[in-house]
Design a protein around this ligand. Structure first.
Ligand SMILES: [Fe+2]
Ligand SMILES: [Fe+2]
Length: 132
């Protein structure tokens, strides 16, 4: 069973954003699985780097979507993205510069928290725009 998996509770009712969330979750799962399978630190860093790049793209596209839909919560949402980016970068840099050969439990839990609180609790707020 996958540890990171998209399900209906994460549906934001915007096709492109659902697709991007699925890709993002797939990348989290790939990182998690490689970590569990004992991949080299080099491979884990490469996978984490891909995740960071995709997150940058996703946040930009999501903010552009909210702007085009005149979503009133855009500025707050943008700040939340910036905070997530700071935390994600710190976790990645700590891993790159640290002595650990494996991704920490803290890193995995951060990604999990992201799914349950950000996508489900925050991203789903803009779905009212798609349905009205
Ligand atoms: Fe978001
Ligand atoms: Fe999102």
């Amino acid at each position: 069973m996958a540890f990171f998996e998209w399900d209906k509770s994460l549906d934001v009712e915007v096709e492109l954003m659902n697709q991007q969330h699925q890709t993002l979750i797939g990348m989290m799962e790939a990182l998690y699985q490689k970590n569990e399978a004992g991949a080299s630190k080099q491979e884990l860093i490469a996978q984490a780097g891909e995740l960071v790049n995709y997150v940058i793209k996703h946040f930009k596209d999501e903010e552009n979507y909210m702007q085009s839909a005149n979503f009133p919560g855009l500025e707050t949402h943008r700040k939340l993205h910036n905070n997530l980016m700071v935390d994600l970068n710190k976790l990645v840099m700590d891993f790159v510069n640290g002595t650990n050969e494996k991704i920490s439990v803290e890193f995995v839990m951060f990604l999990k928290m992201w799914l349950f609180t950000h996508i489900r609790g925050i991203d789903t707020k803009y779905k009212v725009l798609a349905t009205r």
